[in-house]
Design a protein around this ligand. Structure first.
Ligand SMILES: CC(C)=CCC/C(C)=C/CC/C(C)=C/CC/C(C)=C/COP(=O)(O)OP(=O)(O)O
Ligand SMILES: O=P(O)(O)OC[C@@H](O)CO
Ligand SMILES: [Mg+2]
Length: 257
């Protein structure tokens, strides 16, 4: 299937203006079982998954291009890179979350990797989604915290999260991603999401440890525009329809309000 010319930034802004929420499934290239992948994609289409995010803190197989080609063969779901480093850029995707890790104080992940990646991104034709990426404490040491060598924001300090997100927006970042980290024990607390929601106008993405209908609903009620789920779906195939139904229920409930 040919690449479609999406404008994801505009799509996210429109959804936000309409108070509609979206569902992104995180695909870890190292964990895809290509034998079963077609069936998985059918389920994703049936359940109206809005986006595939593709990436990881650490990638060992470098099968991003194969993964995207498989997605394209069976679906029109947009593929957005969620890179842990400048080595994870693949121009066959539709867009890239250009993350700046604003909750941390590691200059490499605030600007260093971006300098290295800039010429590649410019020539790739990928749509760029400039994103303030914020790690929130999650009850355990996550891969992303370890690999990025940064300390997450304490989960009981919504004011720190709000000021960090506000600073990111003032700097011109057009999305905020609140991430408890893949496999988090505790997802981003609703209080943190709503504190950020009150101070920024840009779309908010929330992920990490969302593994039930209830957790998804709480994040949506608190103001998350996009729910991102990875590990939970890798572990339990029934979770994809469950999260999709939480997003659908929210959208149906608020449709005529
Ligand atoms: C500028 C460019 C192109 C890259 C740098 C991008 C930045 C700043 C990254 C920040 C830190 C980072 C390592 C983010 C990766 C986040 C991610 C895709 C997490 C997915 O989960 P994993 O952390 O891989 O967890 P598992 O161990 O469960 O697979
Ligand atoms: O794998 P999970 O815990 O769903 O987290 C998804 C994503 O937000 C991780 O960066
Ligand atoms: Mg992973």
């Amino acid at each position: 299937m040919r690449k479609i010319n999406y404008n994801i930034k505009e799509q996210l802004l429109k959804e936000r203006a309409d108070n509609r929420r979206s569902f992104a499934v995180l695909l870890d290239p190292d964990k895809i079982d290509f034998e079963q992948f077609t069936g998985f994609l059918e389920v994703a289409v049936q359940n109206q998954v809005d986006y595939f995010f593709v990436g990881g803190s650490l990638i060992t197989e470098y099968s991003i291009d194969k993964l995207i080609a498989a997605v394209r063969q069976y679906t029109q779901i947009p593929v957005i890179l969620f890179p842990g480093s400048s080595l994870h850029i693949d121009e066959s995707a539709d867009a890239i979350l250009l993350l700046s890790l604003i909750s941390g104080r590691n200059p490499e992940l605030l600007i260093g990797q971006h300098v290295i990646a800039a010429p590649l991104i410019k020539r790739s034709g990928l749509e760029v989604l400039p994103t303030g990426y914020m790690l929130i404490e999650s009850g355990r040491l996550t891969t992303v915290s370890y690999i990025s060598n940064t300390t997450p924001i304490p989960r009981d300090k919504p004011a720190i999260a709000a000021c960090t997100a506000a600073a990111g927006e003032l700097l011109g970042l057009s999305h905020i991603f609140l991430d408890a980290g893949s496999g988090a024990i505790y997802p981003v607390p609703p209080r943190v999401i709503s504190a950020v929601r009150q101070v920024v106008a840009v779309p908010i993405l929330v992920g990490g440890g969302i593994n039930s209908y209830e957790k998804a609903s709480s994040a949506l009620e608190a103001g998350a525009d996009v729910i991102v789920v990875g590990n939970g779906i890798e572990e339990n195939a029934n979770l994809l329809p469950e999260i999709a139904s939480a997003v659908r229920a929210f959208n149906e409930r608020t449709e005529n309000v």
